[in-house]
Design a protein around this ligand. Structure first.
Ligand SMILES: Nc1ncnc2c1ncn2[C@@H]1O[C@H](COP(=O)(O)OP(=O)(O)OP(=O)(O)O)[C@@H](O)[C@H]1O
Ligand SMILES: [Mg+2]
Length: 419
């Protein structure tokens, strides 16, 4: 990769230890291809399924990932080098030869996290990047963590008067104490049917509908296999789903046009397998590259059964309200860069409910920005601009004092205070 220091070095981190590994590869390679090469040098940083980090130019080629083992065999393992502050420094593993020179470290100016789910999206990676003081696109630690915890996100929305469906949540230990009590309480407060979800997962994993007490019991036991925190919600029926992407930061943010995923099947819920394992399993999470048109298909055959309507066919006033709520949610949950906020709409009453926020949305929601007048390359420009601005702001504030509290004199003072 030719180095040209006038360009910003963007490290795209993708893959990851998550069921959404493959979806992340698709989203990130789409973004890598769209990044303007006159402005950016693109450095792929691939996290294999076992959590190890790799680089190599071939990792920018989608064909590489047809065989994940081969992709890793041909890649160079990386280690993180903490002797850098403000850039991310990665050390490629030296080749097994006495004669070869140790490889140059890879320096990254801005990270574009392209991971879906788990530590890549829940604030874990973001915390690591904060510790290394590296600029990174997307939401920070708090926004990412709130986005990943469906209960916390809903509690915050309730406080902000952003409507959410009625819900009950509990921990495994509370459940184990008195299962019958919980079953009765859920039925009393929410009625039936309900939707049971692990609180901190995505991709519909562990999510089930329940229309009676036995099914509810089973659904909770199943969800507990994935998370010890459970969320049970009143089911919205008849359901329409409307999603809105938001771009910006907590100070200034704009909404995209809306999409409505349209189920072509009878099932109200697609399971993970149904969602991703059909066709060639590519793309999901609203990923893929839909073509223009009133009714668009989600490109990636993995979501072949899912069409989407862009813009969603709803009255202007309702669309405006959803966009307002989306921006409010984005800003209140401390999000940045791009996020997609998903709403549940009662097809009969017209009630709108916040359902969840995806802080690293599939395909970075580019397919919602193109019809909003922001092509993918400009969406990424904006995300990187926001990343650099936030990083500058953080570094422009006083963050440490140039005083050694462990110096002889200071220690005397500290001792004195303690006595
Ligand atoms: N309260 C509800 N009433 C009716 N349907 C619901 C409700 N909550 C969720 N669903 C259905 O289940 C799907 C998955 O739920 P949710 O989005 O909360 O989970 P997720 O794990 O983030 O899944 P995904 O990544 O597939 O969106 C929703 O897209 C919707 O179709
Ligand atoms: Mg969802």
């Amino acid at each position: 990769m030719a180095s040209n220091r006038s360009r910003i070095r963007v490290g795209v981190i993708f893959g990851g230890v998550s069921p959404e590994h493959e979806v992340s590869v698709i989203s990130s390679l789409q973004a890598a291809a769209a990044l303007n090469r006159e402005r950016y040098e693109v450095i792929p940083i691939y996290i294999a399924k076992n959590g190890w980090w790799y680089s190599g130019d071939h990792l920018l080629n989608p064909d590489t990932f047809k065989d994940l083992d081969d992709a890793v065999d041909r890649a160079t393992p990386l280690t993180l080098d903490p002797r850098s502050y403000r850039t991310l420094r990665l050390r490629p593993e030296a080749p097994d030869s006495w004669f070869s020179r140790p490889p140059e470290p890879i320096e990254v100016d801005v990270v574009l996290p392209g991971l879906h789910g788990s530590e890549g999206e829940n604030g874990g990676l973001q915390g690591l990047l904060e510790t290394f003081n590296v600029a990174y696109a997307g939401s920070g630690v708090l926004g990412s963590a709130l986005g990943m915890d469906k209960v916390q996100a809903k509690l915050l929305c309730q406080q902000l008067e952003i409507p959410v469906v009625d819900f009950v949540s509990f921990r495994e230990a509370e459940w184990a104490e008195n299962e019958d009590d919980w079953l009765a309480r859920i039925e009393d407060t929410l009625g039936m049917p309900v939707v049971v979800k692990p609180a901190r997962l995505g991709s519909s994993i562990g999510i089930a509908f329940a229309s009676d007490r036995d099914a509810l019991d089973d659904a909770i036991e199943e969800a507990l296999r994935y998370d010890d925190k459970i969320l049970v919600e009143r089911a919205v029926q008849p359901l329409r789903e409307i999603n809105c992407s938001v771009l910006g930061d907590p100070q200034q943010a704009q909404p995209s046009v809306l999409e409505e995923p349209v189920r072509t099947e009878d099932e109200a819920l697609l399971t993970y397998a149904e969602k991703y394992m059909r066709g060639d399993g590519s793309s999901g999470k609203g990923g893929g590259a839909p073509t223009r048109g009133a009714k668009q298909q989600s490109g990636g055959e993995g979501m072949a059964s899912l069409d989407r309507e862009i813009p969603a066919d709803i009255p202007d006033e309702m669309a405006g309200e959803i966009q307002r709520l989306a921006v409010k949610t984005f800003q209140s949950l401390e999000c940045a860069g791009v996020a997609r906020i998903d709403f549940l709409l009662n097809g009969e009453s017209g009630e709108i409910f916040f359902n969840e926020i995806n802080t690293i949305p599939g395909s970075f929601s580019f397919y919602l920005w193109e019809p909003s007048g922001v092509p993918f390359d400009q969406l990424l420009d904006r995300m990187i601009e926001v990343a650099i601005k936030r990083h500058r702001e953080k570094n422009g504030r006083i963050r440490s004092y140039d005083v050694n509290l462990l110096s002889e004199r200071s220690l005397q003072g500290v001792k004195g205070q303690k006595q």
